[in-house]
Design a protein around this ligand. Structure first.
Ligand SMILES: [Mn+2]
Length: 411
C-alpha cells in the first residue's frame, strides 16, 4: 500500500511537472484545437486522480488544514473539498490555528455558515489526531500553518494538496494539484465541480452558500476579477448559476465589527417569517453595539419573500446601569407605513408618549425596562427577563402581521 501510494504520488508529480511546461508552451504557441484538447485532457487526468484518491479513502475522516490567517479563497475551496469528499463518505474537519482577522472573512464564515474550526494552540497539545486517516492542504502547502507540527508529530500523512502558490514543500501526497499559474484555488475546485465530482443543486441551501463563498474567494484572489484569466471567468460563469448575489453583497459590506456580526448571526438564527414579515429577537447586547440592530434589520429584509424585518434586543448600558429594549423596522413595501405600524404595535406609555415611530421604509422603538432594568447575577433571571420581553414584543407584532385581524392596511 505504501509503495503503491508513493508510485502514485510520483506519477502525480510527473503529471504536474508536465502540466506546468504545457502551460508555458501554451503561452508561446498560438491557441489551437490541439492545445485545447491537451489542456482538457490534463484537467480530466487531475479529476480522475482526485476521484481515485477519494475512492481509496472512502468512509474515512480527514483533517483539512488552512493557513493561520485563512482568506476567502482558502475557506471556500476547503468547504468545496469537504462537500466533494462527502460524496465518498469521507468526513472532513476544516481547521486553522490563527485568527480570522478581517471583518469580511468573519462575515463570510458567519453568513454562509461555513464549517471551519479554530484550533487554539493550548488545546492542540491534547488533540487526538488518530481519528484522521490523513490531512489535506488547501490553498497552502503547510508552510503557513502552525498545525503542521501537530500533523508531523502524529505522523498523519498528507493525502491531498490543492494550491496555486509556488512549490514549497518536498512531501509526496497521494494527490497534488498545484497550479502555480492559477489565480485562485477557488477556480481549481470549481473546475472539479464542473467535471462532475459534485453536482451543485440550486435547491440545496448549502450548495448555494458554498457557490457564493467560492465566488467571493475567486473575486478576492483576482482583485475583483480584474486580474482574472479566462479560466477564472469560466469558473465564475459556472458559479453564477448558483450563487446568491444578496448574500455576497452582505459579505462584501466589510465595515461591520465582530459584535455586529454576532447580532446579525443571532437575528438570522432566531428569525421567524410570517406573511413576508421577518421578526427576530437577538437577546442582550452592549450599548456600544446597539447599531447592530438596524444593521441586522437591513440584512434580514434582503431575504427573498421578506418585505419587512423587525429586529430587537435588550441594550445594556453598564455605566448607567440601565436597560432598554431597542428595535428596528425595515421595509421594502412602500404601502406599509413604519410610523403607523410601530405606534399601532407598541402604543404609548402612561404619559402618552409613543414607544417609537418611523419614516419612509424605516422605523424604530425604545421601551424602557424600568424596575426590571439592570444587571442581575442570576443567569436564570436574566433568561426569564429576556423571554418575557421577547414573547410580549412578538405577540404585539404578530397581532398586526396576522391577516385575520389586521388593522393596518398594507395594500
Ligand atoms: Mn489563494
Amino acid at each position: 500500500m505504501q509503495s503503491t501510494s508513493s508510485i502514485k504520488s510520483l506519477n502525480n508529480i510527473v503529471e504536474l511537472a508536465d502540466t506546468e511546461s504545457n502551460s508555458e508552451d501554451l503561452q508561446k504557441c498560438p491557441p489551437g484545437d490541439y492545445q485545447a484538447t491537451k489542456q482538457a485532457r490534463t484537467l480530466e487526468q487531475r479529476v480522475d486522480g482526485l476521484r481515485q484518491t477519494l475512492e481509496r479513502h472512502r468512509g474515512s475522516r480527514q483533517l483539512v488544514i488552512l493557513q493561520d490567517f485563512p482568506d476567502p479563497d482558502a475557506l471556500s475551496s476547503a468547504w468545496t473539498y469537504k462537500l466533494i469528499a462527502e460524496q465518498y463518505d469521507i468526513q472532513c474537519d476544516i481547521a486553522y490555528a490563527g485568527t480570522l482577522s478581517h471583518q469580511e472573512n468573519i462575515a463570510l464564515v458567519r453568513l454562509t455558515g461555513l464549517p471551519v474550526q479554530r484550533w487554539m494552540n493550548q488545546a492542540n497539545k491534547n488533540r487526538d489526531l488518530s481519528v484522521y486517516a490523513g490531512s489535506v492542504l488547501i490553498d497552502n502547502q503547510g508552510t503557513t500553518s502552525q498545525l503542521m507540527d501537530l500533523v508531523k508529530q502524529a505522523n498523519l500523512p498528507v493525502l491531498v494538496v490543492i494550491d496555486h502558490h509556488s512549490i514549497q514543500e518536498d512531501f509526496q501526497p497521494e494527490f497534488a494539484d498545484i497550479r502555480v499559474g492559477a489565480r485562485a484555488t477557488a477556480t481549481i475546485v470549481t473546475q472539479y465541480l464542473q467535471a462532475g465530482l459534485l453536482n451543485l443543486d440550486s435547491s440545496v441551501g448549502e450548495h448555494i452558500k458554498c457557490a457564493t463563498a467560492l465566488m467571493h474567494g475567486l473575486r478576492s484572489d483576482t482583485n475583483r476579477l480584474m486580474q482574472a484569466q479566462e479560466e477564472d471567468f469560466l469558473a465564475a460563469a459556472y458559479l453564477s448559476r448558483f450563487y446568491d448575489t444578496q448574500l455576497l453583497n452582505a459579505v462584501l459590506q466589510t465595515s461591520r465589527s465582530k459584535q455586529v456580526m454576532d447580532v446579525i448571526e443571532r437575528s438570522l438564527k432566531n428569525r421567524s417569517i410570517q406573511n413576508n414579515f421577518s421578526i427576530a429577537g437577538v437577546g442582550y447586547l452592549r450599548y456600544d453595539d446597539r447599531d447592530a440592530i438596524p444593521q441586522a434589520a437591513d440584512f434580514l429584509v434582503t431575504e427573498d419573500n421578506v418585505h419587512t424585518a423587525v429586529v430587537y434586543g435588550i441594550v445594556h448600558d453598564e455605566d448607567e446601569e440601565i436597560e432598554v429594549v431597542i428595535g428596528s423596522l425595515r421595509t421594502n413595501k412602500i404601502t406599509l407605513d413604519p410610523d403607523e405600524f410601530i405606534k399601532e404595535a407598541f402604543g404609548h406609555d402612561a404619559s402618552g408618549r409613543y414607544f417609537g415611530g418611523g419614516r419612509s421604509l424605516a422605523g424604530g422603538f425604545e421601551i424602557p425596562m424600568g424596575f426590571l432594568s439592570g444587571f442581575n447575577e442570576h443567569s436564570e433571571f436574566t433568561r426569564l427577563k429576556w423571554n418575557a420581553y421577547d414573547t410580549q414584543i412578538k405577540q404585539k407584532l404578530l397581532r398586526l402581521v396576522n391577516p385575520d385581524d389586521n388593522p393596518i392596511h398594507t395594500s
